[in-house]
Design a protein around this ligand. Structure first.
Ligand code: NAP
Length: 261
């Protein structure tokens, strides 16, 4: 999507992928400065470790504890987390959810993507977040991290296999979010008792491959407004593009490029 956008705006740039081993991360970041690379995205497993090699971190990225975008201005490296804004924009555009302040949210997953979602939910002032994760120790760690930073948000955590708790929490959720890898092509799908989900609640699945996940299909057939994660992928990319270039991103064209690939 970035190469399509560069071509459209006549920007003489190219977006490439590099595999970096953890032991080479510091040198790789040094190369960004020395080679004059204008910007990067960074993904698993480096989203947290890279922070110590940058010159400055945006407030959203600080809250989240991870970054996914770096802008290089003459050797000064500034880290952003555009997953936070990308997630909020996708809720607005794909679910019509502009205001989540005061909502109760059930979040499945406690990995890197969950941290961006938690940051967005806390910044927007949701009332409560119920985290369910396969391994409870990771849920406990993210819960502790965000509870310490956002004292006004009530954050609880449970093991995903605790089906009685899950049913109860579904019944008080205005928004259900899947930020786990379950439901991705090649992974098993979540088997949630959606009949317990509060009436008229919204469902957002960060998984975008397949384009329509089993969770989104089931939630839709139970009458919930549901969307999978392609919109978040697009809007985090749009925000990164605008950070790097200072120009308005050609959003429709970027979406077309995403769908084509
Ligand atoms: P991650 O850091 O590796 O975390 C994976 C999470 O999924 C963990 O909480 C893990 O639980 C859970 N999980 C894995 N398999 C599971 C299963 N079979 N049942 C229940 N839980 C399971 O990965 P991530 O970066 O957070 O990414 C998670 C998903 O979000 C991926 O599908 C990714 O493509 C998607 N994502 C989408 C966007 C977007 O723009 N739409 C952005 C980022 C990520 P344990 O802790 O127990 O291992």
């Amino acid at each position: 999507m970035h190469n399509a956008a560069f071509r459209k705006l006549g920007i003489n740039s190219v977006y490439l992928a590099f595999d970096i081993l953890p032991e080479n991360l510091e040198h790789a970041v040094g190369s960004i400065r020395h080679l004059g690379i204008k910007g990067i995205n960074i993904t698993i497993p480096h989203k947290q470790d890279i922070m110590k090699y940058l010159d400055e971190i945006s407030p959203e990225a600080k809250h989240t504890g991870s970054i996914n975008t770096v802008k290089n201005t003459e050797g000064y490296l500034y880290g952003h987390n555009t997953d936070v804004g990308g997630f909020l924009k996708a809720l607005e555009v794909d679910l019509g959810l502009k205001n989540i302040t005061g909502s109760s949210v059930l979040l499945i997953g406690a990995g890197g993507a969950a941290r961006a979602v938690l940051s967005a939910l806390c910044i927007r002032g949701v009332k409560s977040i119920m985290i369910f994760n396969r391994s409870v120790n990771k849920a406990s760690a993210v819960s502790e991290y965000f509870s310490a930073r956002f004292k006004n948000v009530s954050i609880e955590f449970y093991q995903l296999s605790n089906s009685e708790k899950l049913k109860k929490c579904l019944g008080r959720s205005d928004l259900l979010i899947n930020s786990s890898s379950a439901g991705m092509i090649g992974h098993e799908s979540l088997d949630l008792p959606l009949q317990y989900l509060k009436e008229n609640s919204y469902v957002y699945d960060l998984v975008y491959n397949p384009r329509e996940t089993e969770l989104v299909k089931s939630a839709g057939s139970c009458g919930h407004n549901a969307s999978s994660g392609l919109g978040m992928l697009l809007y985090q990319g749009v925000e990164s593009f605008e950070v790097w270039t200072g120009k308005k991103a050609p959003v429709d064209l970027m979406m077309k490029a995403l769908i084509k690939n």
